[in-house]
Design a protein around this ligand. Structure first.
Ligand code: F6R
Length: 606
């Protein structure tokens, strides 16, 4: 959350910074700001509420002929203080000498602000402004020693970039918890919150570790740790960050839903052999060298629901108990380590602070860890025992769709692999692999139904609240569908186990409070039909995501048809159908589906 971008070099920093922010905008789009300084120490500063494009318009309008060779910029996801220009970064010291951008949360900012308030005025409600005032208050000879001192006063997390207008050829960056990458090009040095924003401008890059400080001076940089210069090897820029063109689609969310069949090809490629119907994966094979009798999956948001879906697959096939824990709750709870448990960290971005912190707790007890992450080259690959990429490709905007499907695909392979090892069910596994070879075309059968799904979604825009229901493996499917509906459309949706409705929530059901029910053919079909009847008996409106609807047509007001397949395959197809439904619900209500309000793609604060 929040993106930092900085540049010191021979070129005018301002357009480079605004371009960098465009790539980082997924980290927050509440407001954006930029400050540049030229060799004479003159400052150029602009801030704008809302998207980076608003800042770009302002920058263009106030363009000057001066070359601001040093600059810092920020795109904000508000944590402390509402969305106003005053709360937009960069923030400044009282003497207007130091400018600062920050990603993270300074947890002790209130105490610090209280003591500084006697000496300084505060113009924002942010925790960041406190750091700017602290720098001024502690400044003695140079920014390096000042920041070393100031960093000891801060309760993390932070990544900071600071400029001193009296030393206009310098930027200092420091990090603890939040990410910071330094990139070098032939014309200068950059700092960024992620490597993707550096891909088109830097020839090499280095990822800073916690407590490291980078000092950029006259287009060169040095890295320090505890005051001493350290050797930091840079690696060649091997990342290509090409965001696909939208093509015929009007939003990235829509495009990414339609990318799902090809994403699944990537997920299974090299890991599943569709000609001899077998499964090959060295990492999964390696799992069997360990004595595992339990699995705990730790994740957040959509990744939590993907983990839940995977847990049903693993329990069902491999008969291994699986617990799925929301990462912030894992942190809030007591950790009782178990040396026969495999701890699986499931995250598309590997930026989610709660998941990262959970990993530290598990690793401190030397437990066996496994990662499933989408972002290739992520630090988690170096930190844990083993893992697999979900290979969903870049998900440009906030709502995760194709990545959730890829995560479920990876967990399914884990389940199958453990199943084969433990129960030697080769013929059943071959039958499932044969079905998976057809999965892309089954999903295509859902995607082509988009006009009908759009029509149905339009009908449901009139409701204020809806329940989303499912049983067994379709319970987490309903959770993920509900999350996507509320996140994109802002309609209040709430997921329940279909069997749980009668224990209280049924009181809310009425023709104006509909229920969306996932009930494709499978283990729980009959019992869920009974629950639907209970809703109908109370005149509740029902939208069914179903395969076997001909027999039960009178149960539903509306039907979204899922192809007839095995239950596992219909988990994937149901998710895809629900994504289309959520997308159209939102579009019909004129929402910005790529950038839903109040959200950001990576959640780097606890
Ligand atoms: C919702 C969504 C979020 C993320 C959550 C965890 O569409 O994408 O709920 O799933 O913020 O993020 P990762 O998976 O990066 O740890």
């Amino acid at each position: 959350m929040c993106g930092i971008f900085a540049y010191q070099g021979t070129k005018n920093s301002i357009p480079l910074l605004v371009d960098g922010l465009r790539t980082l905008e997924y980290r927050g789009y509440d407001s954006a700001g930029v400050v540049g300084v030229n060799s004479a120490g003159d400052v150029f500063s602009q801030k704008a509420i809302g998207k980076v494009s608003n800042l770009a318009t302002k920058v263009e309008k106030h363009k000057t002929s001066s070359i601001y060779t040093t600059g810092i910029a920020h795109t904000r996801w508000a944590t402390h203080g509402t969305v106003t220009e005053a709360n937009t970064h960069p923030h400044t010291s009282e003497n207007q000498r130091f400018y600062i951008v920050h990603n993270g949360i300074i947890e002790n900012y209130k105490e610090l602000k209280k003591s500084l308030s006697q000496k300084y005025h505060f113009y924002s409600d942010t925790d960041t402004e406190v750091v700017a005032k602290l720098i001024e208050d502690n400044y003695e000879t140079d920014l390096k020693t000042t920041l070393e001192k100031v960093s000891l006063l801060l309760t993390w997390a932070y990544s900071l970039a600071v400029i001193d207008v009296e030393k206009p050829n310098m930027i200092v960056g420091i990090k603890l918890g939040s990410p910071l990458i330094v990139g070098k090009s032939s014309n200068g040095v950059f700092i960024s919150s992620d490597v993707n924003a550096l891909a088109s401008v830097a020839g090499s890059y280095a990822t800073l570790e916690d407590h490291e400080m980078v000092i950029i001076e006259s287009w060169e940089y040095q890295v320090y740790m505890s005051g001493a210069m350290i050797r930091k090897d840079a690696q060649d820029m091997d990342i290509e960050y090409d965001v696909d063109e939208l093509g015929a689609f009007s939003t990235y969310t829509e495009k990414e839903i339609h990318d799902i069949p090809s994403v699944l090809e990537n997920v299974f490629q090299w890991r599943m052999n569709f000609s001899d119907m077998s499964l090959h994966n060295e990492t999964l094979e390696e799992l069997f060298e360990h004595d595992i009798d339990r699995i705990e999956i730790i994740s957040s948001g959509s990744s939590y629901y993907a983990g839940m879906i995977g847990s049903y697959m693993i329990k069902d096939m491999a008969a291994i108990p699986v617990q799925v824990t929301i990462s912030s709750e894992f942190l809030a709870d007591i950790f009782l380590p178990d040396d026969k448990t495999l701890y699986v960290f499931l995250s598309q971005s590997w930026e989610t602070a709660d998941v990262r912190e959970s990993l530290k707790i598990v690793q401190a007890k030397w437990c066996l860890t496994f990662w499933i992450v989408n972002v290739v080259g992520s630090t988690i690959a170096r930190l844990t025992d083993m893992g697999l990429y979900s290979h969903a490709g870049v998900e440009v905007w906030v709502a995760s769709t194709k990545n959730v499907i890829a995560q479920v695909g990876v967990l399914l392979m884990m389940a199958m692999s453990l199943w084969l090892k433990r129960n030697l069910q080769y013929s059943q596994a071959r039958a499932l692999i044969a079905e998976l070879s057809e999965l892309g075309s089954k999903i295509d059968e859902v995607l082509v139904q988009w006009p009908r799904i759009r029509e149905i979604a339009k009908k449901y825009t009139k409701y204020q609240s809806m329940f989303v229901l499912g049983r067994n493996i379709f319970y987490p499917v309903s959770g993920e569908a509900s999350l996507k509906c509320k996140e994109l459309s802002y309609i209040h949706t709430e997921s329940y186990s279909a069997g749980e409705l009668k224990h209280g929530p049924l009181a809310l059901v009425s023709p104006e409070f509909p229920c969306i029910v996932f009930n494709p053919e499978g283990k729980s079909y009959i019992k869920t039909v009974s629950n639907i009847k209970e809703i109908r008996a109370r005149e509740g409106t029902v939208l069914g995501f179903v395969t076997k609807w001909e027999e039960q047509e009178d149960l539903y007001d509306d039907i979204i048809e899922i192809p007839k397949t095995s239950e596992i395959i219909s988990v994937f197809t149901s998710l895809v159908a629900s994504y289309l439904f959520a997308l159209y619900l939102a579009e019909e209500l004129d929402r910005d589906v790529d950038k839903p309000k109040n959200l950001a793609k990576s959640v780097t604060v606890e």
